[in-house]
Design a protein. Structure first.
Length: 394
């Protein structure tokens, strides 16, 4: 048999098709009554299997249209439905001329057999259209209106319940995300403290770099939920790879040998290798890998240039240099903000992104930025020498 399956829900159409095809029948589908009528008048079908509640034209109206159409009234019409089905629905269906009424759920073999039996019986007992009440019949019309109203009310109640359920799920997800964020922040803090515990001379470095990097990102008006959060997270753990560097090298007061320098430089790659195995937001691990890259290719570990370096990594690079130069190190005294800004100014658009350097000068010049750890950096913006603004490279 060639069967037309009419249902507005894709999953229900697919299920009905699958069940009917198990019996070897051919199926086509329509998304509502109006769509079904177009296909019925253009193609040959042996049976119509239809849902009731559908937009544009419902199943009751479709049944009525088929049973009062001279060219279609001979086609057996079977309702297959479970949407708020009541006995009154079945009564109205048969009053409109339906040949069968099947309620889901139904076993595949039972559905196929039922459709075949109903179709055969309908063809054998086919009657003239006069025996089929028209929708204009007052009693039928009242039944039709009452059933649609009841079904729509039930549909509204179902939608309200579904909306409440989804809102509850959204709230649970929101709470779960908050807890997950707290756990992630706690993990980041532990990593930060672990790194800095091995190198007391740079204690607080990652936190201060994160403060400055976030200030630069905000001054550049980068998206808060993406770039800024990624920059903060990457900055707080950007030196995690130093856990693989011996402590005596990290705290060595004199000049490092070439071999020792190579070991220190490996911390970017080691940090990436560690973080890439963790489920951190993208591109945190890549930003950590690139935070020592420079626009002119003089950085490490890959010697990347220009746009090959992530914008977040370019911001972290400037923040890292400024904080490091203005802080004390085992091999030198703190050089101060002025010297740090001189360095990034000299490298503006050469080693460091011009927009990032400009933002760095702005946050210090305007006095909006201050390190918050009480280490004496709160007033460092006052130490910027006049005329220290970045100049374009000659």
């Amino acid at each position: 048999m060639r069967i037309l399956v009419v249902d507005d829900k894709e999953e229900d159409r697919l299920l009905a098709e699958t069940l009917l095809r198990t019996g070897g029948d051919e199926t086509r589908t329509a998304i509502n009554g109006a769509d079904a009528l177009r296909k019925l008048r253009a193609e040959h079908f042996d049976v119509i299997v239809s849902d009731i509640l559908m937009p544009v034209m419902d199943g009751f109206r479709l049944c009525q249209e088929c049973k009062t159409d001279e060219s279609l009234r001979h086609i057996p019409f079977v309702f297959l439905t479970s949407s708020y089905t009541e006995d009154a629905d079945e009564t109205l269906a048969f009053r409109l001329g339906a040949d069968g009424f099947i309620r889901k759920p139904v076993e595949p073999e039972c559905l196929t057999q039922s459709v075949r039996t109903l179709a055969r019986t309908a063809r054998e007992t086919f009657a003239a259209p006069a025996s089929r009440p028209a929708m204009e019949d007052t009693e039928t019309l009242k039944m039709y209106s009452a059933r649609l109203v009841a079904k729509l009310e039930q549909k509204v109640c179902e939608l309200e319940e579904e909306s409440a359920r989804r809102e509850k799920v959204r709230e649970e997800l929101r709470k779960a995300n908050v807890e997950l964020q707290r756990a992630l922040e706690g993990t980041i803090e532990v990593i930060q403290q672990m790194v800095e515990a091995r190198d007391p001379y740079t204690s607080g470095h990652q936190k201060r770099v994160a403060e400055l990097a976030v200030a630069l990102a905000q001054k550049m008006q980068l998206p808060e939920e993406s770039c800024v959060s990624v920059i903060q997270m990457a900055a707080l753990i950007h030196d995690i790879g130093k856990t693989a560097v011996p402590s005596d090298i990290l705290s060595k007061p004199g000049k490092l040998t070439a071999a020792e320098m190579m070991l220190v430089k490996s911390h970017s790659q080691v940090g990436y290798d560690i973080l890439s195995r963790a489920q951190l937001p993208d591109p945190v691990a890549e930003v950590v890998l690139q935070h020592h890259e420079r626009l002119d290719g003089s950085g490490y570990p890959r010697g990347l240039t220009n746009d090959a370096i992530l914008p977040e990594a370019q911001i972290l690079a400037v923040a890292d240099v400024v904080e490091a130069m203005s802080s004390h190190r085992p091999y030198r005294q703190a050089l101060g903000i002025g010297a740090a800004l001189d360095e990034v100014s000299a490298g503006r658009a050469i080693r460091y992104d011009a927009d990032v350097v400009d933002a760095c000068f702005t946050v210090f010049r305007e006095g909006h930025f201050a390190f918050s750890d009480g280490s004496g950096f709160a007033s460092t913006h006052a130490a910027i020498p006049t005329g220290a603004e970045p100049q374009p490279p000659s």
